[in-house]
Design a protein. Structure first.
Length: 279
């Protein structure tokens, strides 16, 4: 069971049965070349908890064994072996190991200032039922090399492979696909009152087919993905300008600043004003 309430600040709790391995960019220049701040493999057991209020970069988690919970876009997600989860930068996310259940997972945390296009962005999935195994194997190979021979050419190849897999998983749509073109259209005009039927017609699919496709490839329904894209754009506007909240809300398709504020806080973990004040 996930915690009823999160601590209101950055939190790191391990516990006596948790085992951690992490590699920092300060110790491995190859990570820095790809803007990877750190990566690692955790064997987590209660009371293991992580709360990151406004992390500086994208986060990717590949579940290896057992199960745990991850807070993504305002909702606790049960994460099982083989699954993969992603979180964009500067959005609240959290991890929690349930009592009595061990959870092993590999992870990467990027360092992405607001002026850098993040790896996990508006077109990225929330959660994938597949993909976790491959990334976990690569990070396991990197750990084995780092703890043994630590040959620079081998480290280079392992890190490049890890980053390449992460990049591929974060961009599931082929640029030439009909669905990718629909999301490109949505991103250019977030003020439109998008409906599931409109999106489905635009890519010549039935509404149910598009819904299933998005759940499989993104971990969200089509309309949830529209809302996610709006929140991503709102973050950019709040980071880059000082426009009134009503104007930001209108620019991303909300007629009411109050409704926008509630949606933003649910997804990002703080109100738009709090988010802007933390620049």
């Amino acid at each position: 069971m996930a915690p009823a309430a999160l601590p209101p600040k950055e939190t790191t709790i391990n516990g006596p049965r948790t085992r951690l391995w992490a590699l920092e960019a300060g110790d491995c220049p190859e990570l820095k070349a790809h803007r990877i701040a750190r990566l690692g493999i955790d064997v987590a057991a209660a009371p293991y908890t992580r709360v990151r209020i406004r992390p500086a970069g994208s986060f990717i988690l590949a579940s290896i064994a057992g199960e745990g919970r991850m807070l993504l876009e305002g909702r606790w997600q049960r994460v099982r072996a083989g699954e993969l989860c992603m979180a964009p930068p500067r959005v609240l996310n959290a991890l929690h190991a349930a009592p009595g259940k061990s959870w092993t997972f590999a992870w990467l945390r990027y360092d992405e200032p607001y002026f850098v296009k993040p790896l996990v962005g508006a077109d990225s999935p929330l959660r994938l039922r597949h993909g976790g195994e491959a990334l976990a194997r690569v990070l396991g190979g990197l750990r084995a090399e780092w703890l043994a021979e630590r040959e620079p050419p081998m480290i280079h190849h392992w890190v490049c492979l890890a980053h390449g897999l992460a990049r591929r998983l974060a961009q599931p749509w082929r640029s030439s696909s009909r669905v990718a073109k629909v999301w490109e259209t949505v991103s250019r005009d977030l003020t439109t009152d998008w409906k599931l039927s409109t999106l489905a017609r635009a890519c010549s699919l039935s509404a149910e087919h598009l819904r299933r496709l998005c759940l499989r490839e993104l971990g969200r329904t089509p309309m949830e993905h529209v809302a996610y894209m709006r929140m991503q754009r709102a973050q950019e506007l709040l980071e880059s300008g000082d426009g009134k909240l009503e104007a930001v809300a209108a620019d991303v398709g909300y007629k009411s600043a109050a409704v926008f504020s509630r949606a933003f806080a649910r997804c990002v973990g703080m109100t738009p004003s709090q988010y802007r004040n933390r620049r």
